[in-house]
Design a protein around this ligand. Structure first.
Ligand code: NAG
Ligand code: NAG
Ligand code: NAG
Length: 463
């Protein structure tokens, strides 16, 4: 994971330091800044800023009932990837209301790791206790805790390995937070205790449905009570997204560095490069859209595509395939590659359309989609997974099928975005409104609060 941050440093260095500090470019950097600020004031501000949007007519933090509760969070790893960062967000929301929070990382790198070290220290600074995954302290905390949250399917390995004969006593107070939708997670060794926990919390309805089917059909086990909790955008991301000066400056800088003019139309796929994320099919669609424009002699601005998430070292074969395609079709001046980075905000500020081309079952949720919508970007997405619960087809973007069948529809949608300027801008605005209505941090807090309340009630009645 250290690779992410080092790979992005040369690029960041080109940015004036001021912007790094002022506009907190990446979610990760944003996190660091947020970690080091005073937790209680941070939280108060959050709710003051958001009170006008809270529909329930209450000024109280929905998580207030967690005050003084002991919560054990078990993460399968500690890295800058989506799962652990999300659990850390929850740790800070809980700390913000005065809960006692203990963190365990089940799989640690064997060698000291800069990222793990820095994340642990951010947690310690915010009053989260970090304890070893194995040993008596972990067992005692699990026994004493009001609530144990396991993060991702893989974290299930921790139960037997550490708790051993105590497992049955802990299960009634376990909430299992699941963020994945791939076959290899349906291993008995990971999920055999799933039917006996208090509840499962899953990021989208599609993913919840998929887990229900697969556990039943593959493993013959039944899911526990399952709660769908859509995620929300952090307050820090929203601050950049709603700051027009910051956005303009970021847009100028990124476009200049890519060689894209202000009037050009920039379509972006922002995902780690891999076949599952569909950058290959996106480039085919993009090439087709250029051909369509030429054939029909359409008068539109120059179209550009940017792939943010390149990783030549980890994805050499696929990455080479992408570059070869671009060279073969002679569209090098139209297609840009940016290395994997957590600094997505500058790109979100610079593009005109987000392309979410995840294949097969699609994204479990797809946080980049709500992030792009916060920046008033319309989305061209595959009709799969969480994307279907975020993007309203025809209103906040257009959906196309996953797979090869989707290549031409996506090409046509790209052309439509170029020819229907008003429509495109309106879609961006509608996307922003949708985010403000349901994909903000305070919405996520409210949804999580309902689940935690229910799980506490159930585990109390069982003991
Ligand atoms: C789950 O199974 C039902 C019935 O077998 C089916 O209709 C549905 O499409 C399946 N859902 C998923 C996500 O596989
Ligand atoms: C992108 O990553 C490759 C290695 O994966 C590296 O050689 C290259 O210098 C990086 N580019 C930038 C701009 O950091
Ligand atoms: C999205 O809506 C368009 C019409 O606006 C329609 O042609 C297309 O089939 C829809 N896509 C999906 C996946 O429903």
């Amino acid at each position: 994971m250290g690779k992410h941050s080092t790979a992005s440093i040369p690029f960041q260095k080109r940015w004036p330091l001021m912007f790094l500090v002022l506009f907190s470019l990446s979610t990760a950097i944003v996190f660091f800044i947020r970690f080091s600020s005073d937790s209680s004031s941070c939280n108060t501000r959050n709710y003051e800023a958001n009170t006008h949007q809270i529909q329930v007519g209450s000024f109280a933090n929905p998580l207030n009932f967690m005050k003084s509760k002991l919560v054990l969070l078990v993460s399968h790893e500690l890295s800058l990837s989506g799962g652990p960062l999300l659990l850390m967000e929850l740790a800070f929301l809980l700390r913000g209301v005065g809960a006692e929070v203990v963190w365990i990382t089940n799989q640690k790198p064997t060698e000291p790791d800069e990222v793990t070290y820095s994340l642990e220290h951010k947690m310690l600074d915010r009053g989260v206790q970090v304890v070893s995954a194995k040993g008596q302290k972990a067992i005692d905390t699990a026994l004493k805790a009001d609530l144990v949250i396991l993060n991702t399917a893989v974290a299930g390995k921790w139960l037997d390995a550490v708790l051993k004969e105590n497992v049955p006593r802990i299960l009634p107070k376990v909430l299992w937070w699941i963020h994945e939708m791939r076959g290899h997670y349906f291993k008995v060794e990971y999920v055999k205790h799933l039917p006996f926990v208090a509840g499962a919390m899953i990021d989208s309805y599609t993913t919840a449905e998929y887990w229900k089917n697969r556990t039943r059909e593959r493993l013959g086990i039944k899911m526990p009570e399952t709660y769908v909790v859509h995620l929300g955008n952090s307050k820090e991301l929203m601050e950049v997204a709603e700051n027009s000066v910051a956005k303009r400056v970021l847009r100028e800088h990124v476009r200049e560095s890519l060689g894209v003019r202000n009037e050009d139309l920039l379509f972006a796929a922002i995902n780690s490069v891999s076949r599952g994320k569909g950058q290959d099919l996106f480039l085919r669609s993009f090439h087709e859209s250029l051909q369509l424009i030429q054939e029909k002699k359409l008068q539109v601005p120059s179209l550009h595509a940017v792939i943010v998430g390149s990783d030549m070292n980890a994805q050499t074969k696929f990455e080479t395939e992408l570059r070869n395609f671009v060279a073969e079709k002679k569209i090098q001046d139209r297609v840009h590659f940016v290395n994997k980075t957590l600094n997505v905000a500058p790109y979100l500020a610079s593009i005109d359309v987000l392309v979410q081309n995840s294949q097969a079952r699609g994204e479990c949720f797809g946080r980049i989609t709500i992030e792009a919508m916060a920046f008033q970007q319309p989305v061209l997405g595959t009709a799969a997974g969480g994307t279907m619960e975020i993007v309203v087809n025809g209103t906040t973007g257009w959906l196309h099928q996953a797979g090869k069948e989707g290549v031409t529809p996506l090409a046509e949608n790209i052309v439509k975005m170029a020819t229907h300027v008003e429509r495109r801008l309106t879609m961006g605005k509608k996307g922003y409104e949708r985010v403000k209505e349901r994909f903000m941090e305070h919405h996520m807090s409210q949804r999580i609060a309902l689940v935690l309340k229910e799980v506490l009630r159930k585990s109390n009645s069982r003991t």
